[in-house]
Ligand binder design. Structure first.
Ligand SMILES: Cc1cc2nc3c(=O)[nH]c(=O)nc-3n(C[C@H](O)[C@H](O)[C@H](O)COP(=O)(O)OP(=O)(O)OC[C@H]3O[C@@H](n4cnc5c(N)ncnc54)[C@H](O)[C@@H]3O)c2cc1C
Length: 385
């Protein structure tokens, strides 16, 4: 949609969507508050993306400031919440943001065709579309695809397009869940705590430590402290078949400080002395061998090293995003395909990864904007004023 908005200033743009409406996943993303971007800039912004060096020019060209300015121009002012997360101003619903974007496209003369599905390529690698079981071949000098990844397939992002791209010789990695919960066998005493959050903890996997919140689920744990360590979890699962996350229930207290606080506390008062809530206590007990827990001498260490064995990632259907898709090696600097330079790709269908916090939508907007600007440059269209 952002690409159509950029290009429609210079050329006629046709926009095709297989669903009945545009932006279903955008609306799903808005369900818990539409975290549309993040306020971090420069190196700190790039550090959230992989591969950072390839996305850096796109994030520099159209980063959080530019996205916020563009939204403001659509009548959607934004505000910065906690941890730099940026949202549309309070009272503006996700559907209103989407409507503002679609209205802008229509005002610029973009022709929007819903119920039109991309089904494959002809022998010249030109796309074939299908509507009401009738096939047709749209005519254009350049085609930009933004077909999404494969999480939450009921929104239309199914990844089925992968076959068509493989058929024209483009390497597409299988999709895997990212920004998702992990599967862990939860000891029975934890079951009553399903749905409860553990706040202000850190999660470590491999070399990565993240501070935030996690929630005990029926199948394991999930939450904003888990999502950024998923790449490490995925790597451990691939290498060894299982993985381990380590939870620090008191990241602000050193082991020495914990021991000091416990020095005069009776056994029963220990949890209260450290202000540990019930889910935290249950988690600690569940993953600490009982003799060790009762012995108590390693209490401070164990509190800061709750080791949870992980068996798998939660299914792709539940994930917030996916990794996989068109591999970066197949793509030119302008986001056209090396093998078929009249085809451009953007958004989550390309193999890049980022954590939650507004970085996913920002990545989709940045890559879409970049591809549009490069199309503009390739065809000698004037710069935007
Ligand atoms: C529950 C949930 C919460 C999220 N929350 C956030 C958040 O708060 N902040 C954030 O930054 N990100 C969030 N995300 C992630 C974000 O929504 C996605 O990263 C983003 O939407 C990707 O944009 P995209 O344009 O690449 O693809 P998509 O938004 O997936 O759009 C792809 C479109 O292509 C269409 N399409 C697919 N195949 C075809 C075809 N063959 N023919 C025609 N059309 C086709 C689909 O129907 C779809 O409309 C969330 C995701 C989920 C699932």
């Amino acid at each position: 949609m952002i690409a159509a908005a950029v290009l429609a200033d210079h050329v006629h743009v046709d926009l095709y969507e297989q669903g009945r409406n545009l932006g279903r996943k955008f609306l799903v993303a808005g369900d818990g508050g539409l975290n549309i971007t993040n306020s971090v800039e420069g190196e700190a912004l790039m550090a959230h993306y992989a591969p950072a060096e390839l996305l850096a020019p796109m994030l520099t060209d159209f980063g959080p400031l530019q996205l916020r300015a563009w939204l403001e121009g659509l009548g959607v002012p934004t505000f910065e919440g906690t941890s730099g997360r940026v949202f549309p101003q309070r009272g503006i619903k996700p559907a209103e943001v989407l409507k503002a974007i679609v209205d802008r496209l229509m005002a610029k003369g973009v022709s929007i065709y819903t119920g039109c599905r991309f089904v494959g390529f002809d022998e010249h690698a030109r796309p074939t579309m299908e509507r009401n079981e009738e096939r047709f071949a749209p005519q254009a000098d350049a085609f930009l695809f933004a077909l999404g990844g494969a999480s939450w397939p009921k929104t239309g992002s199914t990844g089925e397009w992968s076959h068509a791209f493989r058929a024209i010789g483009v390497r597409v990695e299988e999709f895997q869940a990212s920004n998702c919960g992990v599967v862990a066998e939860l000891p029975r005493p934890l079951h009553p705590h399903a749905g409860k959050p553990l706040k202000n903890i850190t999660v470590t996997c491999g070399a990565k430590t993240v501070r935030g919140e996690l929630t005990i689920t029926d199948h394991g744990v999930e939450g904003n402290a888990i999502y950024p360590v998923i790449p490490e979890v995925r790597a451990q699962l691939a290498a060894m078949g299982d993985a381990e996350i380590i939870i620090d229930l008191k990241p602000d207290l050193s082991e020495e400080r914990i021991n000091e606080k416990l020095r005069d506390a009776a056994w029963k008062e220990r949890m209260a002395a450290l202000r540990l809530d019930r889910p935290s206590v249950a988690l600690l007990k569940a993953y600490t061998p009982v003799q060790r827990f009762l012995d108590g001498r390693t209490f401070a260490h164990d509190l800061k090293h709750v080791r949870i064995p992980v068996q798998a990632l939660r299914p792709i259907e539940e994930a917030i995003s996916t990794v996989g898709g068109i591999v970066m090696d197949e793509v030119n600097e302008d986001l056209s395909l090396k093998a078929h330079p009249h085809l451009f790709v953007a958004g989550e269908m390309v193999e890049w990864d980022a954590p939650t916090g507004g970085f996913l939508l920002q990545g989709a907007f940045s890559t879409g904007h970049w591809a549009a600007q490069r199309i503009r440059a390739r065809f000698g269209l004037p710069e935007q004023v």
